[in-house]
Design a protein around this ligand. Structure first.
Ligand code: TRH
Length: 366
């Protein structure tokens, strides 16, 4: 996919309430989450009748992640990072602290000088830590660069009221109302993880339980292949899933009985699925992912066996001989399922992230 400079100012669709132009700035750090979250955000905004201009520094992953029909949406345009813009949108979203290109900051300064209101938000990483709630909505005055003197606000996604919530489109809200009976023992597992010393154990335990293991494309596949080459895992009953669009990825996850997810966007999808899952958190050198993982398990009110499995997979609990990464029996399977569904219900009772964004922007711009 080629990103196309320069960015024209799209005409907002005035037929729907609050149609604003949203400039979403995405810089890819690593993995698929930066682009995955921005792409899902863009799709959710389009569903709500908004206009989106997505500025991205590495658009390669969109070649498979973006469904062609979405890419051709009349209210969407894709642009290279640093493209010239003649005017900024009504809302400027700097995803994950991506320092904006000068052209974008200049456009905001010009808008301010012309008396035009613009809502500038820094979309942060998802966390269940209390800080997300305290910091959500805080202002940050900009002291240098072309936008010096302007203010941006922090927008923290989160699991509780008072944060920015979670991305949830209308189809997800509808499907999340269902509570189908899940088979015990589970017959299939979706595997989307980072490298981990416990991955071989996870795969072998899944194999012993009789599960078919479906492996996501990218580094998970590479790691599984390396384990297979080293004869560290049983290799029958493993399928490698090619890269697919975000909709196909969601459907693929939802089709398995047990999910192993990672990062932040697939974690959200696992919760919406209402299925027992394990979360491989994005590991950070300074170890802060431990705190983030514990905060999430607290929020989930996860039963002890589930907590142990999450911590073992993430290496925050030492690996014991009897370590089990799955529910041990039907009762535990039901406990894990009830835990995920109770967490999902708590979230379904709250507004989704885009609704909260729309309310916030409405307050700021009107
Ligand atoms: O890829 P990730 O590990 O992303 C991570 C996290 O976002 C992390 O918090 C961040 O710090 C780091 O990136 C930079 O996992 P995540 O968040 O689940 O994102 C994966 C996205 O990729 C998700 O939107 C689904 C999408 N995807 C597809 O659409 N098709 C595919 O075939 C695959 C494998 C993924």
């Amino acid at each position: 996919m080629t990103a196309s400079p320069p960015a024209p100012s799209p005409e907002p669709d005035r037929t729907t309430p609050s149609p604003w132009v949203w400039d979403v700035f995405c810089r890819v750090v690593d993995n698929y989450g930066d682009v995955g979250v921005c792409w899902r955000l863009a799709r959710n905004l389009l569903e709500r009748g908004q206009c989106v201009r997505l500025f991205i520094d590495q658009a390669q992953a969109l070649a498979w992640m973006a469904d062609p029909a979405d890419r051709q949406h009349p209210n969407l345009s894709l642009h290279a990072w640093g493209s010239d813009i003649d005017a900024c949108g009504d809302v400027v979203i700097e995803a994950f602290g991506a320092q904006l290109p000068d052209a974008a900051e200049r456009a905001m300064a010009q808008a301010a000088a012309a008396g035009r209101r613009v809502c500038w938000l820094n979309l942060e990483y998802l966390s269940a830590e209390a800080d997300s709630k305290y910091n959500h909505g805080l202002e940050s005055p900009v002291s240098s660069g072309p936008a010096a003197g302007l203010k941006k606000q922090f927008f923290y996604p989160g699991f509780v009221r008072g944060t920015g919530g979670l991305l949830r489109d209308s189809a997800t809200t509808a499907s999340a109302q269902t509570k189908p009976e899940l088979p015990w023992p589970p017959t299939s597992m979706a595997l989307f993880s980072y490298d981990s010393p416990t991955l071989a154990l996870l795969i072998n335990q899944a194999h012993t339980m009789g599960m078919h293991i479906c492996v996501a494309a990218g580094r998970t596949t590479a790691h599984v292949q390396a384990l297979a080459d080293a004869q560290a895992i049983a290799t029958d009953n493993i399928t490698l899933q090619p890269h697919c669009s975000q909709q196909q990825f969601d459907a693929w996850l939802a089709a398995q009985d047990f999910l192993v997810v990672r990062g932040e966007d697939s974690l959200t999808r696992a919760i919406w699925s209402g299925k027992p899952f394990l979360w491989h958190i994005y590991p950070q050198d300074d170890g802060v992912h431990r705190i983030k993982l514990n905060a999430f398990l607290d929020w989930m009110q996860a039963p002890l066996a589930m907590q142990h499995a999450f911590k073992t997979l993430n290496g925050t609990r030492s690996l014991r001989d009897d370590a089990l990464l799955f529910p041990a029996n039907r009762d535990e399977w039901q406990q894990w399922t009830s835990c995920v569904r109770a967490a999902r219900d708590k979230l379904l009772a709250q507004n989704d992230l885009v609704t909260r964004l729309l309310l916030h922007v409405h307050k700021t711009l009107s």
